[in-house]
Every structure is written in C-alpha cells, then in structure tokens.
Design a protein around this ligand. Sequence first.
Ligand code: HEM
Length: 519
Amino acid sequence: QTSPGRRERAAEPCLLLLVCLLAAVHLGKLLLQRRRRRRQGERRGPPGPFPWPLIGNAAQLGSAPHLSFARLAGTYGAVFQLRLGRWPVVVLNGERAIRQALVRQGAAFAGRPAFPSFQLVSGGLSLAFGGYSELWKLHRRAAHATVRAFSTGSPATRRLLERHLLGEARALVALLVRGSAGGAFLDPSRVLLVAVANVMSALCFGRRYSHGDGEFLRLVGRNEQFGRAVGAGSLVDALPWLRRFPSPVRAAYRAFRDLNRDFYAFVRRKFLQHQRSLRPGAAPRDMMDAFIRLQREQPRLQLEHVPATVTDIFGASQDTLSTALQWLLIFLIRYPKVQAKMQEEVDRIVGRDRLPCAEDQPRLPYIMAFLYESMRFSSFVPVTIPHATTTNTFIMGYLIPKDTVVFINQWSVNHDPAKWSNPEDFDPTRFLDENGFINKDLTSSVMIFSMGKRRCIGEELSKMQLFLFTSILVHQCHFTANPNEDPKMDFIYGLTIKPKPFTLNVTLRDTMDFVYIND
Ligand code: HEM
C-alpha cells in the first residue's frame, strides 16, 4: 500500500510531462499557423481595385469589359482581382499569364463557375458551360471527334462541308447583289447569319432553311441575347438579387432562359427524328447521326448528351461565325486597297473559270493574312466564356483559391504593343514573311479561340468556313462602303463584339450572269 503523499509525488512528473506536451502542441500549432500566414503573406492574392459592398466592382466594367480590364492591368499588373457581387474574380491579361494558367496549369483553370445561368444551357448538360470532370473529358473528346469528322476529318467530309458552303455562298451572293440593285446600300447582318446558320444546320441535321423562313429566323436571330447574358460584364449571375425586381437584368435573364428552352426543344425534335430514321450500318448523314452512334458505343454518356452536344455545336457557331463575317465585310469596304489585293491574288491563283476551294488555301497567303489580321484587330470574342479554378493554385506568385471565377482577356493578347508593332493599325502584311509566305509563329499568336483544355472545338471548322466564304465572296463580288455613313468603327458588346450596324453595296465582278457560280 502506498500513502497518498507518495502517490501524489509519483504523479508529479507525469503531470509535468503532460503540461509540457500540451504546451509543445500549442506552440507547434502557433508556429504552423504563423508559417502558413507568412506563406500566404508571400503568396497573397493578386492586387485589385477596392470592391464596394454588395456589388463589388460590377459598376467598373462598363460596356466594354475587355478595355476596362486592359486599363486595370495598367494599374495592377497582368493578374488582378475583382469582386462581382458575391463572386471573387481573377482577370488574366497578356499571353504570359494566360498561357501559364490555361496551358501549364490546364486542369487547375479548366473549371466553369457554378453560375445559375450556365445550368439553363443545353438542357443542363452543356459541354461548353459544364464543370470539369472525368465525364466532361469524355464528352468533350466525343464532341471534338464528331466536329472534326465533319470539317477537316477526311476528304469526303471536307467535300460535304464545301458543298453545303457553296450552296450558301451562292444564295448569299444572290441576295447581296439583289439588295444592292440600283446602287442601293444594304445591311448584311441578317443574310450573313442565315448563311452560317444554314451551313451548320446542314452539317448538324442535314437540312437548310430558306432566308425567308420566319421560324428559323426567330430561332437563330436571338443568339445575341445569349452573348449578352453570359459575357464577362453580364450582371445576370453577378447580381442575381436584381432578378427579383423588374429590371433590365431580370428581362435579360428571362430572355436567356426562354431562348435556351426553345433552342434546345428545336434540336431535341431533330434528335428524335434522327433516332427514328437512322438505319443500322448506314453511313452517318450528319453530326447528329454520328453522335447518336458514338453515344451507343460509349454508355457512360447519357442519351440526353446527344441533343445537348448538338445544341452546343449549333449554338456556339452562329453568333461567332456571323459576327466574323460582318467584320470581314467591314474591313473589305474600309480598306479598298486590301480588297483589290485579295481579288488580284485569287484571280492569279484560281483564275476566273472556277471558284476557290479548300485545296487553294495554302496558295492564297494574302487572303489568309487578311483573315488573321481581321481576327486579331477586331478580337470579336474579346473575353472567353468565364473559367473557374478547380483547386487552390498559384499564378505569377499569387494565390488563387479553388472556385475563383477567372476571366481571360483575349483582346489584351491581340493588342499587346510588345508583341505587335502598331497594334491599332489594320495591316494583313504583318503576317507575311519576306517571301510572301504566311508566318505561322505569328498566326498562332492570335488569340480568339482560347487555349488549353477549353480551347474551342470549332476552330478548324470555323477557319475553313471563313476562308471559303471570304475567297468566294472576293472572287465573285466587289464591295463598296456607303459614303453617307460615319466611317468610324464603333462597337456593341456581348460575348462577341459586333461592328456598329453598317450598309454596303455589292456588285458582281464579272459581267457574266450570276449563273456563273455553279457546283
Ligand atoms: C470564329 C468562330 C468561333 C470563335 C472565335 C470561337 C471562340 C470560342 C471561344 C473563345 C470559346 C471559349 C473557350 C474558353 O472558355 O476558354 C469557345 C468555346 C467553344 N466553342 Fe467556339 N468559337 C467559334 C466557332 C465555333 C464553332 C463553329 C463551334 C462548333 C463546332 C464551336 C464550338 C465551341 C464549343 C463546344 C466550345 C466549348 C469548349 C469547352 O468548354 O471545352 N465554336 N469558342
């Protein structure tokens, strides 16, 4: 038996040890916290303007967010942060920061924000607006393979694209020339939109629509509203509480919701028709058939992924391609000497007995230089679809937490004076070397299709279409500006920058009748 005094004396060293242990753990925790704080101090978040309560920096973006971003980059550097409502946003400017994020840390920057509006696109299964995951990667690979197969994939599918495009170019020239009869000036925006929507409709569903089809026009003519709702300066997701009151934000949100519902329903009807009529073993008639086949081989993709993907492809192509064509016409009429040089090149290489075709592309460097300069100068998709970080990460020494919204300012790359001499001059020859060949290093520096894991899957298809439309149009027509219009180039903004509405006069270059164009 031990006395209580002896027991207490025996417990003393144990108690001391426990106290020391607790003190050491506490000290360790403090040191760790201090080290973490110090590390976060060194790797703090990027600088940026003061965010106001409730709205953050929403009021500072204005109607041309890419220009506001470029201005703010002048003060805070290529990487800076903002707050839009409750969303923390990091803006990346210039090729170095953008490449570091989208290419070197591709997976970390490949997410999309959990914006409520993104859920409304393509029945909630959108590839373009969906988050980054293993299933998403499979979805993207399948969609990309389908698009490639129907654009530059094989000589047979390329011919199919050319045939559809030729039919549309022919109708387009006829409408432009008819609208210009008697020296009249016409607004080309609607006919351009129907022309590109028809090429994509033929590729996606195997049919085209007449330029007078009211239902088709109502469907495709609303795409601008789409861009306005998901563009970088949109308040629809930044300040969702504004949707509770009658306001322009509420109207934009409702228009966006309705247009997505109608667009998806249109494509879904086509999907059901295709599903019923697709014969086993027969060659796919169009992208819808090809994707139905792919889905059957790939059970991890749901059946609803088929109409969702075709909705994405059909939707993503219209506003972008028709805006591109508007810019190409603007540059042709604003720079008549450039137009004359393009006509001289196409006449010399292709001749007047046939139309230009895809195979002529490598031998028409001035026309290609014109296309790249038009994309660079207009930067008509100035900011990509918003990205989001999928993990805590760093960029140029700054800490970017998971789920931060990321805006990519493509315009800043295309107008960087360190990269381009006189970036505010329109000069196609900047893309030609001393022998008149295309400088591929420079053309790949133009950023309009983004880069990395979210790079546009329609890039090749778009470049092919823009080349064919442009070369056929300058081969067949002469374009002149309306002298009564202000020649200043002015813009309206959404996801794409459009030129201010303009009118032009179009005449056929040959005295030959228009039936000259034949396939
Ligand atoms: C000149 C025409 C076009 C331009 C300038 C363009 C540009 C872009 C840009 C900037 C993005 C966003 C990339 C990002 O978030 O980082 C994008 C995404 C996308 N584009 Fe295009 N696009 C064009 C035409 C097309 C066409 C014709 C298609 C259809 C085949 C298409 C399908 C898509 C899809 C599906 C995405 C989503 C990609 C993803 O989230 O992974 N685009 N495009």
